[in-house]
Write a protein that binds this ligand. Structure first.
Ligand SMILES: [Zn+2]
Length: 514
């Protein structure tokens, strides 16, 4: 069933450029795509190893808790990249893993497995935790209208492949065993390769920046990291290996799975920018140690999401979940925002910039998104003239230019607002458009608003619904004012059951779709 949905999507994406097997190469050649590469710290022309095929690996979530908004930003950004590459004719194999074992607390080689810890607290099997949060993760991404990846492999499904990689690293002298655990020898590796190649730091700088944690005496060097960890008796998730009954180190799964599904070298490796110093640095070292190749030619990293200028964190009380953002049920939120408003807000910033979340910024995005969607709904009612005051082709080209400049979605959105201005002016009779230009305008909106930015017109399907909900909310408030709490609670709970959340404030009652 999933495959079927995916196929339909791809056909839709390709239709707007009229891509057929014959003209696919031509469509791609027309684009001059430049991508910022963390590896070289500059924009480079995108030239896949085996066009029209593109291999893209993105580090997925560790499924031990609800996905937070920062993670959603990363996956929405890679969804934009996936959609655009597909639109311009590439056949993308997009691999995004699920980490369901081996990720320890504090991202270290010590401490408890995050999933096992949660399982013990909830008195559940670790795989029940994995299932719950994997389903939750997929649900949230679907609400944000992100396309599913081509393959979604799990760490526990690739233990054999990970053990095979460790064997190669031991054989080639880049790893050593101590008491049933196996570690990567960073100093040995760095004597012939550049360990800090990804974040542009040399080994001395990295050593100076690394704290020595207690209880890590097994390791020869303080930058060494675990490939295999011997399990303590109480550890829940463990497997047999030539060295001990244990579990793989967190960084190893991505080397094993990207190699299995995309080969020794592929085109794009992505993830959040916080993964660069350790997880991705270690991943590069593992792949080079095994196959003498940096696994990816273009490393793409998304920046952080901040809240009112501060890093989002539970201890600061400014961390909220997508669900809380949709309903407005969090002290920091003045009201709820629809999933497409949030997606639009995220895409209004370039993926390499930090994105600061605040109520004012959300309000602005909400207005902008509505303005864009209102114009889109006017498109079909526009009347054509024999003459045209507008020439749409250059505007369409500007949209491609924006995306070809390192997937610059904020510039693309600015161009779409220019299209909005034209649509409104034609509608108001201030500008004339001929049939040919209207055709290009319609195709441009379909391509960039829906296929590439992945937005949905939330209002289109239920134009009158907001009026009906407003009416019901007013009835409920009247009941409340008359101290008829039984009726007001009945209406509130009834709305909640069918997916509408109410939030009362001094200014009145806001409602949002859950
Ligand atoms: Zn990874």
């Amino acid at each position: 069933m999933l495959c079927k949905i995916k196929t339909i999507h791809l056909i839709n994406l390709n239709q707007s450029l009229n891509i057929t097997p014959k003209n696919r190469k031509f469509a791609i050649m027309q684009q001059n795509l430049f991508v910022y590469n963390t590896l070289s710290r500059k924009k480079e022309k995108f030239e896949p190893l085996n066009a029209p095929h593109v291999g893209m690996y993105v580090c997925g979530p560790t499924v031990y808790s609800d996905v937070h908004l920062g993670n959603c930003r990363t996956y929405i950004s890679f969804d934009l990249i996936f959609r655009y590459l597909t639109h311009i004719g590439y056949k993308v194999r997009y691999v995004r893993n699920i980490t369901d074992a081996g990720h320890l607390e504090g991202d270290t080689d010590q401490g408890e497995d995050k999933i096992s810890k949660k399982a013990k607290l909830a008195q559940l099997e670790p795989m029940e935790i994995v299932q719950k949060y994997t389903v939750g993760f997929r649900d949230v991404l679907q609400i944000f209208n992100t396309l599913p990846p081509s393959i979604e492999p799990t760490a526990t499904g690739h233990i054999i492949e990970q053990i095979e990689l460790i064997k190669i690293m031991l054989e080639r002298g880049f790893a050593y065993e101590v008491d049933g655990s196996v570690y990567f020898d960073v100093e040995k590796y760095n004597s012939t390769h550049d360990y800090g190649v990804l974040n542009g730091r040399n080994l001395e700088e990295l050593l100076n920046n690394t704290r020595v944690l207690g209880g890590q005496d097994d390791k020869k060097g303080k930058l060494d990291f675990a490939l295999w960890i011997k399990a303590k008796p109480e550890h829940l998730m463990k497997w047999p290996s030539p060295w001990s009954v244990g579990f793989p180190g967190w960084h190893l799964e991505c080397s094993a799975m990207s190699h299995k599904y995309l080969g020794e070298q592929f085109d794009i490796h992505g993830g959040g920018i916080d993964l660069v110093p350790t997880h991705h640095t270690n991943e590069v070292a593992q792949n080079v140690a095994c196959y003498d190749k940096n696994p990816a030619r273009y490393w793409i990293h998304t920046n952080m999401l901040t809240v009112n200028g501060q890093k989002m964190s539970k201890s600061l009380g400014n961390s909220f979940l997508p669900h809380e953002l949709f309903t407005g049920q969090h002290s920091i939120l003045e009201r709820g925002y629809s999933p497409m408003t949030v997606r639009f807000f995220i895409l209004q910033a370039h993926y390499r910039s930090t994105l600061d979340f605040g109520n004012e910024a959300m309000e602005a995005s909400d207005k902008g998104f509505k303005r864009l969607m209102n114009a889109v709904t006017l498109l079909d009612s526009l009347k054509t003239s024999a003459m045209s005051d507008v020439d749409i082709a250059p505007l369409q080209q500007k949209c491609y230019d924006a995306m070809n400049d390192d997937f610059n979605s904020p510039v693309l959105i600015a161009e779409l607002f220019e299209a909005t201005r034209i649509i409104n002016s034609v509608h108001d009779g201030k500008l004339k458009i001929d049939a040919a230009n209207l055709e290009i305008l319609k195709s441009m909106i379909q391509t960039f608003v829906f296929d590439v930015l992945g937005l949905k017109n939330e209002q289109a399907a239920n134009d009158d619904l907001p009026k009906v909900i407003d009416l019901v909310v007013n009835l409920r408030n009247e009941a409340k004012q008359n101290r008829d709490y039984a009726t007001s609670d009945k209406i509130r709970n009834g709305l909640q059951q069918i997916g509408f959340q109410l939030k009362d404030s001094k200014e009145g009652t806001n409602w949002s779709k859950i």
